[in-house]
Every structure is written in structure tokens, then in C-alpha cells.
Design a protein around this ligand. Structure first.
Ligand SMILES: C[S@@+](CC[C@H](N)C(=O)[O-])C[C@H]1O[C@@H](n2cnc3c(N)ncnc32)[C@H](O)[C@@H]1O
Length: 451
């Protein structure tokens, strides 16, 4: 049987373990949350520093493929109240920390961070940094829509310490751009890339998606040829996640226009071949990087990591998420903020943490997360030492037998190796380890399809 058909089932992307739908039904209490943050901060602030993720949800128009938590508006008076609320939330974290935070990473995600004016971004980041120490190896990055990223945005953020920029490209084909309502010209992207490089940005990432409506093998090749003219340092080549039951915007195009199964995978394989011809190496399941890029170097040093934002080369134990829908990770626990702006304002104005769900990891969760991270980042894992073992592993191994028969993995008594041929099915392998998923199989579709 064709392996793509056989293994193309709904499955998590494993940006966390347990995955969000399997977090405990009762979130941690505020006291538990604060002590989890405090523990992580005390353990690692002095040695590694902390990371901050800030969710800036506003966009001027809806890209219909988008799976992210956004708020569409052209009214820019929303900016200031949101910045004020973010700073109040940050203050709540400062009250937990007993010493000055050392900032290793800041990432601005969205939505469209560049929806905000350079002045407002300056105010937000300037205030956060004024009460912090910036680590010597700090990395600040932001996501940007090429259509509204101005020279002033680039310059202001650069002066604040941002050296990395991630541009949402998705696809250069005019037909694909039209059907997903995201029209942006090559010339515009080129202008932003050149401006950023002239200012001094050292790393540019492009986000691309395969599996979008109307994409063909030829259109993907054309897009990648254009990408190659601009030579970003890194490329995220995401599998289109079709989840119309959560994102009704995805119903604006017809499903018959979507490449699926083998055709969708073929788009990835074609992309991978082109990227390799162009000097990029495949990283994890959906990233590509030039050999000079830190993501590639992290793989070589065995230091690749994965968190809520996907693959990363740098990692801190504590990541504080600010803004609607942001997820904070203390390593011992996760907490997610409410998703609606109004609810977020109400809680912040009452001086309450805006967290509405979360999870404190038990011993089994911590062990399974380690194995899932190993599989996603190193393509192998082993459980020889007692601290790497839990009862569930014996069960997990039984769920791997079919993939062993299909020559996708090598299974030794305490060691699993993922073969190259299994790269499209890494999520399936992780699913075998996912005790919470097996114990409580979903009754309706929770996840997008693997391929
Ligand atoms: C939160 S978006 C930010 C994009 C950026 N602010 C912009 O508008 O240019 C981050 C990335 O997630 C990816 N993405 C969004 N929806 C997706 C989906 N349904 N399937 C796969 N990837 C998706 C896109 O590549 C996008 O660039």
C-alpha cells in the first residue's frame, strides 16, 4: 500500500507535549502558575536568560489560508490600548521575578506585528528593555508582512536590537495569491529584503506554504526560483494546515482546489530538491537553511530545539508569552492566554493573569516530551537510563511495529532511529509515544492531516 495514503492521518505538529487539546481540563491555579514561572526564572535567569514572545494579532485584511489567531481591522486606534495592556501584563511577570530579567530572545509574532507603527513598537520594546539586562548573545526577531513593512519599521526595530526578520511570503504565483487573498509583488518583497540588508539585519527568513489552493508543481518551482534570487538565510516550508472547523476563512476557497495526499507531498519533495540545488539543507520536518545559518549549525552541534514557534537554534527554559492567545512555557508547565482582545483587557485591567488554560507536566509527561523532542530534532531517541524510562515506553514500542515493517524506523531494545524515508511521517512516529492521545483518542477531528 502507498505509504503516503497509509500514514496520512490527522496528527499534532508537536510544538509541545502534551499537545494543547490534551492539557489538563483544569488549568493551574494562579498561585501554581506563578510558582512554576518563579522556579524556572530562579533556575535559569542568571545562566541562560529568558525569552519573550509577544503576540500582535491585528491584520488589515484576512489571508484566507491563515490558521493563526488574528483580528482584522483597518482602524489603527486599536494599537495604543493593546500596547498598554501588554506592558501591564509584563509588569505582572516582573512582580514574580525577584531580580532583573536577562533577555535572551524576543520574538514578535502575529497577526502582523508591522501593523503597529514604529513609534508604538519602540514604546513597547523600549519599556520592556528599560527594566531588563540584554544578554550578550541575545536574538531579537519579528514577523513582517512585506506590504506594510516600512523603512522606518526596519530602522526602529534594528536600533532596538532586532537583527532577524521573518517575511510572510507563502507563494509568489498571482493565481494562488489571489485565491488566498494575499497579493504581494516580488518587487515589494525585494525592496524590503534589500532595505533590511542595507540597514544591517543579519538573518532573513521566508515563510512559504505548500498545499495551498491552485498550487501546481510548476508554480512551486517558479516561486522557489524567485525566492532564490533573494537568497534568504532560512526558509520555513510549511505544510498547509486545513482546519476549516476552527478557521472558517478557509471555506472561502473550495477544497477541490487543494492538492492533497501524494500530490501535496510531491510539492514538498520538489521544493526540497530545489532548495538543495540552491544550497539549503533540510532541517527537521519543514525548515531549510544555508550552511552559514545558525539553524544549520545547531543541527551539526546536536542543539536543534523545537518550541511553540517551531524549530529554533537557541533555547531558554523560560519563555514568557504576552498578548492574546500567547503560550508561556516554564518547562514544568504551559499556560495560554485568552484569545479575545476584550477578555484580555478585562482581565489585565483587573490585575489578573489572562491565562485561561494550561498544564503542569508530571514525571511521565517530562520523559515523553524529551523523546518527542529527540525524534523531531535529532531523528533518534534512546531510553537506556532509568530517568529516560516510563511504563508507557513499552506500549509505545508496540505502536511502532507497523512502521518498522514498512522500513521507516530501526528499533533496538532501548533505541529508536528514524530513517530518512520516514521524514514525511515524523509526526506519526511521535504519535506512538503520545500516551495522552492513545489513552483518550479524539472523537472528532482535532488536528490537520500529517501530509
Ligand atoms: C502568524 S503568521 C505571520 C505572518 C506575517 N505576520 C505576515 O503576515 O506576513 C506565521 C506563519 O504561519 C504560516 N501559516 C499561517 N497559516 C497557516 C496554515 N493554515 N498552514 C500552514 N502554515 C500557516 C504562514 O507561513 C505564516 O507566515
Amino acid at each position: 500500500m502507498n505509504l503516503i495514503k497509509k500514514y496520512n492521518i490527522p496528527g499534532p505538529r508537536y510544538t509541545s507535549y502534551p499537545t494543547v487539546p490534551y492539557w489538563d481540563a483544569t488549568p493551574p491555579t494562579i498561585e501554581q502558575w506563578k510558582s512554576s514561572v518563579k522556579r524556572s526564572f530562579i533556575e535559569t535567569n542568571a545562566s541562560d536568560g529568558i525569552s519573550i514572545y509577544i503576540h500582535l494579532p491585528f491584520c488589515e485584511s484576512l489571508c484566507t489560508y491563515c490558521g493563526c489567531n488574528t483580528r482584522i481591522t483597518v482602524n489603527h486606534t486599536v494599537e495604543m490600548p493593546y500596547i498598554t495592556a501588554l506592558l501591564k501584563e509584563w509588569k505582572m511577570y516582573l512582580n514574580i521575578f525577584e531580580e532583573t530579567p536577562r533577555i535572551k530572545e524576543i520574538h514578535l509574532g502575529g497577526g502582523t506585528p508591522t501593523f503597529f507603527s514604529p513609534e508604538h513598537l519602540n514604546q513597547l520594546i523600549g519599556e520592556i528593555l528599560s527594566a531588563s539586562i540584554i544578554c550578550s548573545d541575545a536574538e531579537f526577531s519579528f514577523e513582517a508582512h512585506p506590504n506594510n513593512t516600512t523603512f522606518e519599521h526596519l530602522q526602529t526595530l534594528y536600533k532596538l536590537g532586532f537583527k532577524r526578520l521573518s517575511l510572510g511570503i507563502q507563494d509568489f504565483d498571482p493565481k494562488v495569491q489571489a485565491i488566498v487573498n494575499r497579493i504581494q509583488s516580488f518587487e515589494n518583497v525585494e525592496k524590503v529584503v534589500n532595505q533590511a540588508r542595507n540597514i544591517g539585519y543579519t538573518s532573513i527568513n521566508f515563510d512559504l506554504i505548500y498545499g495551498l489552493p491552485l498550487q501546481t508543481r510548476k508554480s512551486v518551482i517558479d516561486t522557489i526560483n524567485k525566492v532564490n534570487i533573494l537568497k534568504p538565510n532560512r526558509i520555513a516550508f510549511y505544510s498547509y494546515a486545513h482546519v476549516p472547523w476552527v478557521k472558517p476563512g478557509q471555506r472561502k476557497f473550495t477544497e477541490a482546489d487543494l492538492p492533497v495526499d501524494e500530490e501535496k507531498r510531491a510539492l514538498y519533495e520538489i521544493g526540497k530538491e530545489k532548495f538543495s540545488e540552491n544550497g539549503y539543507s533540510e532541517i527537521g520536518m519543514d525548515h531549510f537553511a544555508l550552511k552559514t545559518d545558525t539553524l544549520f549549525k545547531a543541527v551539526e552541534k546536536g542543539k536543534l530545539h523545537r518550541n511553540f514557534m517551531g524549530y529554533t537554534h537557541s533555547y531558554t527554559q523560560l519563555m514568557v508569552g504576552l498578548g492574546i492567545s500567547s503560550i508561556s512555557d516554564t518547562w514544568y508547565g504551559y499556560g495560554q492566554n485568552v484569545k479575545k482582545v476584550e477578555e484580555y483587557y478585562d482581565l489585565i485591567n483587573n490585575n489578573e493573569f489572562p491565562i485561561f488554560k494550561g498544564h503542569l507536566l508530571n514525571t511521565e509527561d517530562l520523559i515523553i516530551r524529551k523523546h518527542i523532542l529527540n525524534i523531531m530534532c535529532k531523528y533518534e531517541t534512546s531510553w537506556e537510563k532509568p530517568e529516560e524510562q516510563c511504563e508507557w515506553l513499552y506500549e509505545a514500542v508496540t505502536h511502532l511495529s507497523e512502521m518498522e515493517k514498512d522500513h521507516l524506523i530501526e528499533l533496538h531494545p532501548f533505541h529508536l532511529i528514524v530513517k530518512k524515508s520516514a521524514r514525511p511521517f515524523i509526526r506519526n512516529i511521535c504519535m506512538a509515544f503520545d500516551a495522552r492521545l492513545w489513552r483518550n483518542a479524539p472523537t472528532s477531528q482535532l488536528f490537520s492531516s500529517i501530509v
